[in-house]
Write a protein that binds this ligand. Structure first.
Ligand code: NAD
Ligand code: UGA
Length: 315
């Protein structure tokens, strides 16, 4: 396939781009290298695949670049992973950064894909945060989304836009709701990268609230497998599907595993809960299983070991 990957310098986008290239696909990798976290980290992510045959990397902003021109190069699949992530920072003045990256850019890309009219699949990175404090667990796609953070509102708006362009203009969209993704190249603001780096360096970490909040952590390679399966499938797919790791675990339980596998103590400071942080996530991924034959394959202990190896290799 000839794929456009947006957000290709980020955590999930760089892992996807590298995998696609290793499988022999061509990738037009686009990212504006936003300053949400260290740009050198994003450069390293791009360096990990940009020398592979079939890759073109473009530093550009989705809200400004000529998208008609990009697509006219013969793109058949768009993986739209660009966005402003992070639940806790989405309050206050930052909200416009979120609407611009998650709503405006998504709408602009969908317009261009509608005009182009030749896509086989448009894959959108949605989020478990659209569910908020869900009423049922494991949560299925039929549950009414009720975001609990401004970030979740913007991801749900982006997801609704994909549904609109699908229903009105036949853009072949599918939105995947990722549940807290971890693994090598995870963003520096996310829990596991922070906890593992702290375990290795002996520095303290803050746990927001009691640490009894539960997440359905999902290993990044499992996410990438599902995205590629959806691009390769010929049939009509449901508009929205969950991708969850299959084991809902508390943050405190993760800390115990990290102590064990790193053979280090953790200096933990329990602080106040943060606004927008939900008590629990837990996804029902049976729709992805029936539609794509996908199920998560990486147990948390193995995924954490691989994440730790990356932390040790990049300290
Ligand atoms: P990330 O920040 O590492 O990657 C996102 C990339 O998008 C960044 O490199 C950034 O520079 C780029 N970007 C932002 N705005 C852009 C724009 N206007 N034009 C071009 N590039 C732009 O984040 P991630 O963790 O890899 O997340 C990828 C996607 O998956 C995001 O859309 C996020 O909302 C979604 N998601 C992530 C998780 C998770 O646990 N990591 C969970 C659910 C959903
Ligand atoms: C993650 C991503 O950051 C979001 O972009 C994504 O949309 C979301 O998953 C999702 O699944 O939809 P989050 O679950 O907050 O959000 O992921 P982490 O940053 O890994 O945090 C996990 C838990 O650890 C949270 O309860 C958080 O409060 C806690 N945490 C995190 C701490 O206690 N201390 C920290 O330093 C970091």
């Amino acid at each position: 396939m000839k794929a456009l990957v947006t957000g290709a310098a980020g955590f999930v986008g760089s892992t996807l781009s590298r995998t696609l290239l290793r499988q022999g696909h061509s990738v037009l990798a686009l990212d504006n290298l936003s300053n949400y976290y260290d740009r050198p980290l994003k450069r390293q992510n791009v360096d990990s695949y940009s020398g592979l045959p079939g890759c073109t990397f473009i530093e550009a902003d989705l809200n400004m670049v000529d998208l008609d021109d990009l697509l006219s190069g013969g793109i058949d699949v768009v993986f739209h992973l660009a966005g402003q992530p992070g639940i806790r920072g989405s309050w206050g003045q930052e909200f416009t950064t979120y609407t611009r990256a998650n709503v405006d850019a998504t709408q602009r890309l969908l317009e261009a894909c509608m005009r182009y009219g030749k896509l086989r699949r448009f894959v959108y990175a949605s989020s478990s945060s659209v569910y908020g404090q869900a009423e049922t667990y494991p949560t299925s796609e039929t549950t009414l989304p009720r975001p609990f953070s401004p970030y979740g509102v913007t991801k749900l708006a982006g997801e609704h836009l994909t549904g609109l362009y699908r229903a009105n203009y036949g853009v072949p969209t599918v939105a995947f709701r990722f549940f807290t993704v971890y693994g090598p190249a995870q963003r520096p603001d996310m829990a596991f990268t922070r906890f593992l780096r702290a375990a290795v360096s002996g520095t303290p970490i803050s746990i927001y609230g009691s640490g009894e909040q539960v997440r359905d952590f999902t290993f990044v390679d499992d996410i990438v497998t599902a995205l590629i399966l959806s691009a390769q499938s010929n049939g009509v797919l449901p508009p929205v599907m969950n991708l969850s790791g299959g084991s809902s675990v508390s943050v405190n339980a993760v800390l115990d595993t990290i102590k064990r596998i790193s053979d280090n103590e953790l200096l933990v400071d329990y602080t106040s809960p943060v606004k927008g942080d939900v008590t629990r996530t837990g996804g029902d991924s049976s729709l992805a299983l029936s539609e794509l034959g996908w199920a998560p394959e990486t147990p948390l202990s193995e995924g954490l070991r691989r994440h730790l190896e990356w932390v040790l290799a990049t300290q």
